[in-house]
Design a protein around this ligand. Structure first.
Ligand SMILES: C[S@@+](CC[C@H](N)C(=O)[O-])C[C@H]1O[C@@H](n2cnc3c(N)ncnc32)[C@H](O)[C@@H]1O
Length: 211
């Protein structure tokens, strides 16, 4: 089962390093340009999280919470912003995205992160479906946006399972956070954490514990 972890209310006042702030601002401009472009409008499942709040939460979590390892995974990474931020906080960062245009954008983010004067991003990016095989059966609604994405199995390609990751991050569409939590609960290791961005000013952190 998943146990909820309270986040401090002052988490959004944790200082963000200047270089990280610059990196996020540049990324926000690229995302805005992408979303303004008609040719990209079919990437309709992509909505950007609040990367300042996600970064602040990752910073807090690294200091305040015990970890079972250092592997981080972004489910449905879009531009791979959070995966790069996790890398900059020394997570062994992995990211999965199914939409080909977004995979290209994610590659660009990973390459440009170093161009911001920050350390080279070392994100393992995979073009595929983040749901482990069989996980679709945990959904009680066949129309959830995370379901039925084309693509290879990243876990097989990496020779890893979901239970090899200490922290998974996702930004589920409204109404599918319970499905993401159910998949994590079924496949993650005890002690691993799931961090979700659920909308403005709303982060949710939980840890898998033995029943
Ligand atoms: C709401 S966006 C979040 C993007 C990014 N993680 C963030 O926080 O800004 C959800 C992303 O997940 C991707 N996605 C949804 N279901 C997926 C799946 N089963 N496998 C891979 N990518 C998926 C979508 O293409 C989209 O880019």
């Amino acid at each position: 089962m998943l146990r909820s972890i309270d986040l401090p209310s002052e988490i959004d006042s944790i200082p963000v390093p200047q270089q990280t702030e610059q990196g996020i601002r540049l990324l926000e401009q690229r995302i805005q340009a992408f979303q303004d472009c008609w040719a990209q409008s079919h990437a309709e499942q992509f909505v950007a999280a609040d990367y300042f709040l996600v970064y602040q939460t990752l910073q807090w979590l690294a200091k305040a919470q015990p970890m079972i390892g250092s592997r981080f995974l972004e489910w449905g990474c879009g531009f791979a912003a959070v995966a790069c931020l996790a890398d900059s906080l020394n997570w062994n960062s992995h990211a999965i995205e199914s939409h080909p245009d977004l995979v290209q954008q994610a590659k660009q983010t990973i390459q440009q992160w170093s161009a911001n004067g920050q350390e080279l991003a070392r994100v393992q990016l995979f073009a595929g479906n983040f749901l482990p095989p069989g996980a679709e059966h945990l959904a009680d609604d066949p129309t959830l946006p995370s379901l039925y994405h084309e693509g290879k199995n990243p876990y097989h390609a990496w020779d890893l399972e979901l239970d090899d990751f200490a922290l998974v991050y996702s930004y589920p569409w409204p109404g599918e956070d319970e499905f993401h939590a159910a998949v994590f609960d079924r496949y993650a290791a005890p002690g691993a954490m799931l961090l979700m961005f659920l909308g403005p000013n709303h982060m949710q952190l939980s840890r898998k514990v033995n029943d």
